[in-house]
Design a protein around this ligand. Structure first.
Ligand code: F6R
Length: 341
């Protein structure tokens, strides 16, 4: 049932205030696997959006707890000659992704403790891994993930919060309301710009780099527009050659450690004539000066801004795809779960 929404994807995007709340509260000190409490280092593995959730985990865990994180694509870990010997977290909404499952099994063969983060109880990954953290997002019908991604990030944030002694509990208590608040953001100008483009660049720094990777993936899979994400500092190492008035750039530039350098990067991009859609603070004068379109991100703890920017980019992809008349819930050539390597 779409409950009055034109597509399951939009319905699932709008479920996210509740989904984040349940995901965060599903993990407690009592349910946190002992292997994570004892970990000196953690490997996280996943595919597609789940890999992006793992990448967010890496940035946040390393900075909150100083625990080193190795990040692997499920499809590539099998080629690694240096197996990991501490705890492996496999992130998989469906729990059936062959490559993520293979990485968990490789860990088990090497006597490594494994933890599954999944949405599906009794899925293959839960049957293989030593421990399971369930996301409780409810069934996701749309092929492109939205609420399951937010739930993965919510579970992983709560794991970090607990490992860090609850330092972010207060921040996380605002997650539900923060997402609710941005669901009604007017994105029409940004949608106009994107739906007329053939190529889009998504840029961010630090933890907002995987947020942009996820935003670009969403845009390409449902709108079929070529969207590429880059770490903002990497553009001048090659991709700058592609910038032109025909290649809009979408960037996150919120106050924080990366703010000044990000602003500098955006000025360099603007000088190549690129239209700029910036996600940032509404009354940021410097950003307003250079952005053609500013999508407002409420001031909040950085973890909350990871969530709100993610949802804004889901909505941008959704409305762009909708304005182009795309299939949205069942994009061409894609399947909801990928059970072959
Ligand atoms: C993107 C998307 C895919 C999945 C990927 C992994 O919107 O849904 O990239 O994230 O196929 O799937 P799971 O999480 O089921 O292992």
């Amino acid at each position: 049932m779409k409950s009055g929404f034109p597509h399951f994807m939009l319905k699932e995007i709008f479920e996210q205030p509740d989904v984040i709340h349940h995901a965060i509260h599903s993990i407690t000190e009592e349910t946190l696997p002992q292997s994570l409490l004892n970990a000196n280092s953690i490997m996280v593995v996943g595919c597609g959006s789940s890999y992006h959730a793992g990448m967010i985990f890496r940035y946040l865990l390393e900075s909150a707890c100083g625990i080193p994180v190795r990040l692997e694509l499920g499809s590539e870990y099998k080629y690694s000659a240096v197996p990991f010997n501490d705890v492996i977290i496999g992130v998989s909404q469906s729990g059936e992704t062959a490559d993520t499952l293979a990485a968990i099994k490789k860990g088990i063969c090497n006597n490594v403790k494994t933890v599954a983060v999944t949405n599906v109880l009794n899925s293959s990954i839960t049957r293989s891994a030593h421990d399971t953290l369930l996301m409780h997002a409810g069934p996701e019908i749309s092929v492109a993930s939205s609420k399951s991604f937010i739930a993965q990030v919510g579970v992983l944030m709560q794991v970090i919060n607990l490992l860090a002694g609850g330092t972010c509990t207060e921040a996380l208590s605002h997650a539900r309301q923060a997402i609710e608040q941005i669901l009604i953001t007017d994105l029409s100008k940004a949608v106009d710009l994107c739906s007329n483009a053939e190529h889009l660049f998504y840029v961010g720094r630090g933890v907002f780099y995987p947020v942009m990777m996820e935003g670009a993936l969403k845009m390409k899979e449902i709108s079929y527009i070529h969207a590429e994400a880059y770490a903002a500092g990497e553009l001048k190492h090659g991709p700058f050659a592609l910038l032109s008035p025909q290649t809009p750039v979408i960037a996150v530039c919120v106050p924080g450690t990366a703010y000044e350098v990000m602003l500098g990067n955006l000025k360099e991009m603007k000088s190549r004539g690129t239209p700029l859609i910036a996600l940032g603070i509404q009354d940021d004068i410097d950003l307003n000066d250079i952005a053609d379109i500013l999508i407002p991100v409420p001031e909040a703890h950085p973890w909350i801004q990871v969530l709100t920017t993610t949802v804004l980019l889901q909505l941008l992809a959704y409305h762009t795809a909708d304005s182009l008349g795309r299939e949205i819930d069942m994009p061409r050539n894609l399947a909801k779960s990928v059970t072959v390597e």
